[in-house]
Design a protein around this ligand. Structure first.
Ligand code: FAQ
Length: 314
């Protein structure tokens, strides 16, 4: 592309962003915009499929057939979200096999939250309520992301996350209105999942390397701290309904602003988990790599079948 046509293409990109319209796969876009989207969408897709593990671990131990059926459907939804997201990333010119390879070799990240263990059944409630709750707060604005395929994928994902959040709340509601032992189990799950859930929103704004540029490009619509605040404001009243105590002595509701002030999570823990030093990082990655290797014959069979079909059609 000549200098002049490149400059025109970039003007057209900027005009689309300024008009708050959508960029589509065939539109010209700056390299940085493409790279940022590939990074974020891939990390998001990886999170969805790694995120199947902490809950999948409880499918065989769910306390009733009804709970088992619901949990299986939820975990299956997460796999589906991964597929929509890998498909959205592929519209940017990358191959999902390469993205998976980057996940498996630690060159691309996935969400810190999935490196914590699910110790009791109440953790399944806490994941649905808090983790899917945080995912909704983060992802609803992504439905307005400037990149069309990502924004459209988010619409369906958010609808499903909404069901997931309610099922988690309902599990905890059952436990928190149950026996003293069940109530204690629900409280313990909230105590352990509260801080990692706040970390899901990423580093504080002052340390967020990508936020400013991503917001200028309309990829992110709100900063990490804005979304973290929104999550706290939404979740604390729900904890009250459950009769559970959010484990933060610094939590105060401000009548004037209409927001809660709250204690920030320990961000050194977030950085450590992201570096690979969380309680389950090694296990999650090893399980994922094994699943990929065990599934090689399925990919090979599908490719052989497709080749045979093409040969016949020719
Ligand atoms: N974990 O400059 P920023 C789900 C990295 S929901 C790991 O602020 P950015 C549903 C970040 O990549 C979870 N890494 O970055 C579900 C960057 O690293 P890099 C997935 C983190 O991108 C529920 C560096 O730190 N959701 O799966 C984390 O502007 C239940 C600097 O940070 C999404 O991915 C973290 N928590 O903002 C599934 C949503 N935070 O690449 C199963 C889409 C930050 O420079 C069960 N993503 N980092 O080396 C986003 O909205 C953004 O990417 C943020 C980070 C907000 C996560």
């Amino acid at each position: 592309m000549s200098h002049l046509s490149y400059a025109r293409a970039m003007d057209s990109f900027q005009a689309t962003i300024d008009a708050d319209s959508r960029i589509e796969p065939r539109d010209a876009m700056p390299d940085g915009y493409r790279k940022t989207l590939i990074r974020q969408i891939a990390q998001h897709a990886h999170s969805e499929i790694i995120g199947m593990q902490p809950e999948g671990n409880w499918i065989s131990r769910a306390p009733s057939l009804r709970r088992k059926a619901i949990l299986m459907a939820k975990v299956q939804d997460e796999a589906g979200h991964g597929l929509y997201l890998y498909a959205a990333a592929e519209t940017l010119g990358v191959d999902r096999a390469d993205l998976l390879d980057m996940l498996h070799t630690g060159r691309q990240k996935y969400s810190s939250i999935f490196n914590y263990p699910t110790l009791t059944w109440a953790d399944i409630g806490a994941i649905g309520w808090l983790v899917d709750g945080a995912a909704i707060v983060n992802q609803v604005p992504l439905c307005r992301c400037s990149y069309g395929p990502y924004a459209r994928a988010m619409v369906r994902v958010c609808k499903e996350e909404s069901f997931h959040q309610r099922q988690g709340f309902e599990i905890l509601h059952t436990l928190s209105t149950g026996t003293p032992g069940q109530q204690a189990m629900a409280q313990d799950a909230l105590d352990r999942w509260w801080w990692p859930s706040l970390m899901m929103f990423g580093p504080p704004d002052a340390s967020s390397t990508h936020s400013e540029q991503s917001m200028a490009w309309g990829i992110k619509r709100h900063s990490n701290d804005e979304l973290r605040q929104r999550f706290v404001d939404m979740t604390v009243p729900q904890a009250d309904v459950l009769g559970l105590r959010v484990p933060d002595d610094g939590l105060v509701y401000d009548e004037v602003t209409g927001h809660y002030s709250f204690t920030q999570p320990d961000f050194t823990e977030l950085y450590e988990v992201v570096k690979g030093n969380g309680p389950c990082n090694e296990k999650r990655l090893a399980t994922r790599v094994k699943a990929h290797e065990d599934g090689a014959w399925v990919r090979e069979a599908a490719a052989a079948y497709a080749a045979k079909q093409m040969e016949r059609a020719a």
